[in-house]
Write a new protein. Structure first.
Length: 182
């Protein structure tokens, strides 16, 4: 067992002090694959945009519906990147007001704010799912390619649902860490 490292905020950082390591490992794996899928979707968006620009320059006629494809693909890609950022702690952290607080208070506020963030992500996932259902029910489609709108909503809702699970896990992990804070 290694000696625990204390971060600048007083949170124990040694791996054995992370609660629920198996759940973390599964979520890390799933979110990594989700981010790789997001990368592939971004490559699709780049290919469509590049193809449209080249086709427009060569034959003066861009790809029909290029913006429809790019908009939908980018929305889903962003939603699939957010869970990995959550698991890696890569979201923006503003600690200006808490720098002078004791480490235990910082850990407690961290757990509280991560719980609030998880609730906000739940609302985002819920509303995307409702939006997808409404678009499916009304059979709404894009103008040129007639792609069902619900496809984009469904993809983004899946990414948001994964982010919601990760946010809830990180909030739980943060709460468990409060009592181990120096």
């Amino acid at each position: 067992m290694s000696t625990p490292e204390v971060t600048e905020h007083g949170i124990l950082a040694a791996p054995e002090y992370l609660p629920f390591p198996r759940i973390r490992a599964v979520l890390e794996g799933v979110t990594t694959w989700a981010a790789l899928l997001a990368g592939a979707l971004l490559l699709v968006a780049v290919a469509v945009t590049t193809g449209s620009v080249l086709q427009g320059a060569i034959i003066n006629k861009p790809i029909l519906g290029d913006s429809e494809i790019v908009e939908m693909v980018l929305g889903v890609a962003v939603a699939f990147c957010l869970p990995l950022a959550e698991m890696r702690g890569a979201h923006v952290l503003v600690d200006f007001f808490t720098q002078k607080l004791p480490p235990r208070a910082i850990a407690g506020l961290d757990a509280l704010m991560r719980s609030v963030a998880a609730a906000v992500v739940f609302v985002l996932a819920w509303r995307l799912a409702i939006g997808g259902y409404n678009n499916w029910d009304r059979e709404r489609e894009t103008m040129f390619l007639e792609i069902p709108f619900w496809w984009g909503y469904a993809g983004a809702a899946i990414g948001m649902a994964l982010w919601m699970v990760c946010s809830a896990f990180i909030a739980l992990e943060s709460a468990a860490r409060v009592r181990r804070t120096v």
